[in-house]
Design a protein around this ligand. Sequence first.
Ligand code: AHM
Ligand code: MG
Length: 302
Amino acid sequence: MIAGAVRRAGLVDVLGAAGNVNVQGEEQQKLDVYANEVVKSALTFTGRVCVMGSEEDDDFIPVPDGYPVGKYVVLFDPLDGSSNIDANAPVGTIFSVYSRVSDGGRGDQRDVLQPGRHQVAAGYVMYGSSVMMVYTTGHGVHGFTLDPTIGEFVLSHQRITIPPTGMYYSVNESRFGRWDRGVQLAVRGLHGDFPDQIKGKNSRYIGSLVADFHRNLVNGGIFLYPGDVKAPAGKLRLLYECAPMAFIAEQAGGAATDGVTRILDLQPEALHQRTPLVIGSRDDVEYVRRIILEQRAREGAA
Ligand code: AHM
Ligand code: MG
């Protein structure tokens, strides 16, 4: 349903330009809200879920009264990267699944605020040139591609593994001047400025986490969204953006940190908490961590 709505987004804009009022901005916002409603109502009817959390809702969402309650907790970003829609760039849905820890009822805060290492499943759907779902339940990473001629997801990528070092780095480099020195040095290393440390990489950045992550997963590479002086925790949300991607990265043989600490070991304190993210090929993530720590040690010694 979301893929269908995303596919029509450009067309709706054309119709808007032909006479309807103010469709541009509004339709975009509606697509986020629509995706959120689709995911919530689909999950509500399964009977498998007790509580949900969404980027689009301020608070966590217990399954409403009158619906069967299950043992799972599902956190999601229903339409990530939606600012890209008017340029017809890929967007995605990200999800993260935990088992409940509360004893009964409709779930509470404790169920929602679990560290990422307790995830039992995670995945994303990417609305790109094909619609694809990539997921893990802790037994490797697998990808299904939607075959529109039969309306089914077909197993197209079995046991995806990410190369230990990759050909791409992906970061919003307009923030370079706001990063701390360690991050600046690490990104310069990824440029190839210090060939004795690491081989330089090509730059690729869409500004849509699912698409940037997916490209690096398939080809090898590293994605960074560091904190900076204006936003020390960066932009991306721990529970429904970073933790699920970190679970997938590790299951594919890659790694994910906040620059230093493993993402899956961070203890969340709020549903919409942000964290810096460094994710992708294992050796590249480790390289960034080493440079950041070395710089911190130099600053500590100075
Ligand atoms: P959103 O949840 O508001 O769509 O923001 C998340 C998106 C990610 O998909 C992407 O990695 C990031 O924002 C890009 O941010 P920036 O434009 O600052 O580079
Ligand atoms: Mg998002």
